[in-house]
Design a protein around this ligand. Structure first.
Ligand code: G3I
Length: 436
């Protein structure tokens, strides 16, 4: 499904007449009442006023938000890929065709392809503290990416091991390394059921949980305020019977949900917005990439938040493809990205890898998925970033996670091999970023 298609040429033409000087990927905000989804459930699982969307557009200078400016093409290292000022094209609901991002003519790295696209798109990787002890890892990570998510070092257990006592060292190392390489950072993750410190198990009652949540969000966002302005505010709030997103979707019974009900999501975003009025605030989840019950449930949950005026800016589709998560093709992903963007939100691919263990995904399917899924995001100006969950196969989290069916073998899930050489998966991703 490679597509240098007529549709693309047409949209590129439309962009040349309509979207090269302005951008309009979804700003968010919003107001409005109503309730959301509900329900309680059991068990656990692994994983994760608006204004119009649409409008491809401009870029920014180095270090800026990549589409906050109205200047024309070129790169902007570390920029936010799509924060709009004025838009030219509405991507939603109207009769005008959706705008499409214009690829660079050429690029020598994924990062360069993202920076030279119009509007730019952030190219990210999950970075581990351990990885930064390896010079080859650091070299590839900085050369190919301009967006960093700490793989574990900014989770609750790492940052607040004791109530009200914060430990910043490992996270600061990653954030400072990213900034010294002109990369943006997405804080991951403020409110999540997993990797919580033990002391949280003894919390009881709504007031105590709310107080702990507020203290954590305020302290963490406050500490990183001038260095991190993208946040996964709530991660993986929805559960299904299977990790593939099928069966009985419901709110996950976490310490937060059990004490506060579904309103904990609204509250978390409101606290985050109070703490930083300009930060990008995201909801992030796994197995909402395919067309399945979980994707539908999360869509309704997010729609309710937007309608209530909850200050959410976007949704990250994690994109862990293959065991134990869902398998999704480019068209499935395009469908889900589009419907979230049509709520006036930014969208991101936030944790992409494609697991080959168990042969659920063949080698050739993996190449097709990498190309087509990246393409599905790339063509949408509202899709502001693509993050891969790691750098090289040897360090993938999948290798040692029992339900990933790797049993210690390589998941072959990423873009670089153990010697940090580019794999064919890399070439297919670069193709998609260059519109090939
Ligand atoms: O740091 C300890 C180490 O001291 C200990 O010796 C070792 C023994 O098991 O464990 C180490 O901690 C591990 C940690 O990764 C750091 O390597 C944990 O056991 C392990 O569970 C943890 O896994 C992380 C997982 O989240 C936890 O849920 C993965 O690295 C990380 O890639 C993964 O990331 C999540 C995203 O945050 C949310 N979306 C899903 C994604 C994949 O599960």
């Amino acid at each position: 499904m490679r597509s240098t298609s007529l549709a693309f040429l047409l949209s590129a033409f439309l962009c040349t007449i309509g979207c090269s000087d302005d951008d309009g990927a979804g700003e968010t905000g919003g107001a409005g009442p109503t309730g959301g989804t509900g329900g309680a459930g059991a068990t656990s699982g692994p994983g994760s006023t608006t204004s119009g969307s649409g409008g491809a557009g401009a870029t920014s200078g180095s270090g800026g938000d990549a589409a906050t400016s109205t200047s024309s093409t070129t790169s902007g290292a570390g920029g936010d890929a799509a924060t709009s000022t004025s838009s030219t094209t509405s991507g939603t609901g109207g009769s005008a065709p959706a705008a499409r991002r214009v690829p660079a003519a050429s690029a020598n790295s994924l990062r360069e392809a993202g920076e030279k696209a119009n509007p730019p798109i952030l190219i990210g990787a999950a970075i581990s503290g351990g990885g930064l002890n390896d010079n080859n890892y650091k070299r590839v990570a900085a050369a190919e990416h301009n967006y960093v998510t700490a793989e574990n070092e900014m989770k609750w257990d790492a940052l607040e091991p004791n109530p009200g006592q914060f430990s910043w060292g490992a996270a600061d190392n990653i954030v400072n390394w990213a900034r010294s390489n002109n990369m943006k950072v997405k804080g991951h993750t403020l409110v999540w059921h997993s990797q919580l410190p033990g002391w949280m198990n003894s919390m009881t009652g709504a007031a105590q949980v709310e107080q702990a949540m507020r203290r954590h969000i305020e302290n963490v966002m406050g500490h990183f305020k001038d260095r991190v302005n993208h946040w996964d505010v709530v991660n993986e709030a929805v559960l299904t019977d299977s990790d593939t997103g099928v069966g009985n979707p419901r709110m996950r019974p976490t310490v937060f949900f059990n004490a506060l009900g579904e309103r904990y999501l609204d509250l978390a975003f409101q606290i985050a917005r109070e703490q930083d009025p300009t930060a990008k605030l995201y909801y992030n989840d796994y197995s909402i990439d395919a067309r399945n019950e979980k994707a539908d449930f999360v869509y309704e949950m997010i729609k309710g938040m937007v309608e209530r005026g909850v200050p959410i800016d976007g949704v990250g589709l994690q994109m862990h493809i293959g065991p134990p998560n869902n398998v999704a093709g480019g068209e499935d992903v395009a469908y889900n990205l589009r419907r979230f963007a049509d709520l006036g939100l930014e969208v991101l691919i936030s944790e992409m890898d494609i697991n080959r263990c168990g042969n659920v995904v063949s080698a050739s399917d993996q190449l097709t998925y990498y190309h087509d899924i990246v393409e599905a995001c790339f063509v949408m100006p509202e899709c502001v970033g693509i993050t891969f969950w790691g750098i090289n196969d040897g360090r993938s989290w999948l290798n040692t996670w029992s339900t990933a069916r790797c049993n210690g073998q390589s998941s072959q899930s990423l873009l670089f091999n153990d010697q940090y050489q580019k794999k064919e998966t890399y070439n297919r991703v670069l193709d998609a970023l260059l519109g090939r």
